[in-house]
Write a protein that binds this ligand. Structure first.
Ligand SMILES: Cc1cc2nc3c(=O)[nH]c(=O)nc-3n(C[C@H](O)[C@H](O)[C@H](O)COP(=O)(O)OP(=O)(O)OC[C@H]3O[C@@H](n4cnc5c(N)ncnc54)[C@H](O)[C@@H]3O)c2cc1C
Length: 362
């Protein structure tokens, strides 16, 4: 494997560096300020030709190989710019399961950042056991009426649209009674309530209550009862580190911590450096496999578990080096605790690895 940039990749990197030199300091990279301006950052990246790199041209992307997304993530981290907004899993979900008409209608706005989206899957009683969700969608004429309660819905405070899972058939076996919809968040019957994270961030996610919200029947994604398939596509992609762009950021954080350690070398920092390098190489290997046409399925659970270990190792190093007094470093430790929960918990990833990769259990 040759990890060096090709001439085209090197030229892209240089163009990106030039552009970043002018904008990097303009946007906050953490806390409520980051979330408040994430939409603006997304649109600016897109206008400059640096967002949607690997997505289809038909929907506003550039159809470049996925390695360009990794180059982007690396350069954003080096320049101290905010990360690339992570939307790939929603785009994969719609791209694989929506009709061409729905894709044409919704993907361009999602990619260029003019429309904001959230993912309405988890409920107070349905997280790991997502198939037990109880939000209902009842057909009335040409519409479905939605009633229920979603929680941990990232970006729900600013979202225009929600990719929603709801039960359309109460008697079908539980995985088969679920359908997926594109629902407008800007309508009566949708109430968003913010949740505060332990890091103090209040704008990242919230709970959403649906009481009589309406979705046109033609905004169902796929056929009735096919929502589970979409959900599996979305969470499968949500678990791949190469699409999340975290790897480069961990390396950057480790280097920042090393420069602040002032000759001390806490074990946590050395371990974080090993882990961050391991993830960098792992992402490269996954990219190389993607270029060879290998698709991953349950392997995404390995990726997610590795990424969680790295995130939490780097978080522990931040705590060991900077303590609790530095707001940004302490924030990165606190946020790392969420990594073993979001996108499916570590216990669930281990169950999937045991059952679907190792073939253990019933
Ligand atoms: C930062 C963040 C952002 C998120 N964003 C979104 C979003 O945008 N949209 C969305 O829909 N959801 C989102 N989530 C929700 C996330 O997907 C759920 O929190 C996650 O799936 C776990 O569900 P739960 O919180 O209900 O925990 P539970 O499922 O109640 O789990 C509680 C504990 O029990 C363990 N457990 C449960 N079942 C098993 C089992 N079978 N075997 C072993 N252990 C088990 C779990 O591992 C966990 O430790 C987000 C979460 C976080 C933290």
């Amino acid at each position: 494997m040759d990890f060096r940039d090709s001439p085209e990749e090197a030229a892209f990197r240089e163009r990106l560096r030039d552009w970043l030199a002018g904008v990097a300091g303009k946007y906050p990279t953490s806390g409520d300020e980051y979330w408040a301006r994430q939409g603006e950052w997304h649109a600016e990246l897109y206008r400059a030709g640096f967002f949607g790199l690997s997505w289809p041209k038909a929907y506003g992307g550039q159809e470049l190989p996925p390695v360009y997304d990794v180059l982007l993530d690396e350069e954003l981290a080096i320049a101290g710019a905010p990360p690339r907004p992570s939307l790939g899993y929603l785009i994969q979900g719609l791209g694989h399961h929506a009709s061409p008409e729905l894709c044409r209608r919704f993907l361009p706005g999602m990619i260029d950042g003019s429309q904001r989206w959230c993912q309405g899957f988890s409920e107070p009683g349905a997280g790991s056991d997502l198939a037990s969700l109880t939000t209902t969608a009842t057909r009335e004429g040409d519409e479905y009426v939605i009633r229920g309660h979603k929680i941990w819905t990232s970006y729900s405070d600013v979202a225009d649209w929600c990719l929603l899972l709801a039960r359309t058939d109460p008697v079908a076996p539980r995985h088969k009674g679920i359908s997926a919809f594109v629902l407008s968040m800007k309508q009566p019957g949708v109430e968003q309530r913010p949740l505060e994270m332990m890091s103090g961030v209040t704008t990242e996610f919230g709970q959403v209550l649906f009481d009589g919200a309406r979705v046109p029947a033609d905004q169902m994604v796929g056929a009735p009862g096919e929502g589970w398939k979409l959900a599996m596509t979305v969470v499968g992609h949500e678990r791949e580190p190469s699409t999340l762009g975290y790897a480069a950021r961990y390396g950057k954080l480790v280097r920042q911590l090393a420069s602040r350690a002032e000759g001390r070398a806490p074990d946590e920092l050395a371990w974080a450096a090993v882990q961050a390098e391991m993830l960098r190489l792992h992402v490269r290997r996954r990219l190389s496999e993607q270029l060879d046409g290998v698709t991953h399925g349950p392997q995404g659970s390995l990726d997610k578990l590795l990424m969680t270990w790295v995130d939490q190792s780097v978080g522990h190093a931040a705590l060991a080096v900077a303590g609790t007094g530095d707001q940004e470093m302490f924030g990165s430790y606190l946020y790392s605790r969420a990594q073993s929960v979001m996108g499916g918990t570590s216990q669930i990833q281990k169950n999937i690895i045991a059952a679907r990769i190792l073939g253990l259990g019933a």
